[in-house]
Design a protein around this ligand. Structure first.
Ligand code: SF4
Ligand code: FES
Length: 248
């Protein structure tokens, strides 16, 4: 395949940035999108130009690092995949592909396609954990009964990889699908009950402090989420929040 790429280039957080056009040739349909980007970068390095900066780590849909906005969609045109799992067979010979960073006030661009998602880390630090008694009296996890339904729903919520596609897809730059998943994975389990009220209050307060917008039930986040995180997690977070506010 021969392709035209329109790529967002931005030297630093302070630089204005612009779309720059490149041509790549002989791209195999079996390549992943990141492998295609590697071809572009090799070409740029060989011609003495600076390669395009983009985030990646696992390249198998686990780490949540590869944050590209491809042809107007977070992680591109396929469903249930991250950018590293996106294959070039989703495109046709002669296509023009637009590649931008995830855009949101709370995800400032660091360089080219790399954005700063530390806001997600700070939300996690505000309550996305449980405290475990390590005094030697720790209860065996297998001795705590958990219903199959609660275990399945908690596991589904825990598959969120913190990629930020939900924020990038939302017209309000809302992080509620991410925070809803993180609150839910503990709210559904007995181990999460001790700190449940503080957790949801603190995580929502941090989410607001970071400048994420509110949810207006558009549902774009659920459509673009590579892990199929359900909107039900937002509803559960809202219920947890209401119940914690009434207790407070
Ligand atoms: S909810 Fe989905 S889109 Fe949002 S951070 Fe988690 S995995 Fe990514
Ligand atoms: S590089 Fe890890 S999810 Fe894509």
């Amino acid at each position: 395949m021969n392709l035209t790429l329109k790529v967002w280039r931005q030297k630093s957080a302070k630089d204005k940035g612009q779309m720059v056009e490149y041509k790549v040739t002989e791209i195999s349909e079996h390549m992943s999108f990141l492998e295609m980007m590697d071809v572009l970068n090799e070409q740029l390095v060989n011609s003495g130009d600076e390669p395009v900066a983009f985030d990646h780590d696992c390249r198998e849909g686990i780490c949540g690092m590869c944050s590209m906005y491809i042809n107007g969609e977070a992680h591109g045109p396929d469903r249930g995949v991250t950018t590293c799992q996106l294959h070039m067979r989703m495109f046709k010979d002669g296509d023009t592909i637009t590649i931008e960073p995830f855009r949101a006030k709370a995800f400032p661009v660091i360089k080219d396609l790399v954005v700063d998602r530390m806001s997600f880390e700070r939300i996690q630090q505000a309550g996305g954990y449980i405290s475990v008694n390590t005094s030697g009296n720790t209860q065996d996890a297998n001795a705590i009964p958990i219903s199959k339904q609660a275990a399945d729903e908690a596991m589904d919520a825990a598959t969120c990889i913190g990629c930020g596609a939900c924020v990038a897809s939302c017209k309000n730059s809302s992080a509620m699908l991410f925070v809803g998943a993180k609150v839910s994975q503990y709210a559904l389990l007995p181990q999460g009950q001790v700190e449940a009220a503080d957790r949801v209050m603190n995580m929502v307060a941090q989410m607001d402090a970071e400048g994420f917008g509110n949810c207006t039930n558009t549902g774009a986040c659920e459509v673009e989420c590579p892990k199929g995180i359900s909107l039900e997690n937002i509803a559960r977070m809202n219920r947890e929040y209401l119940s914690a506010s009434l207790k407070g």
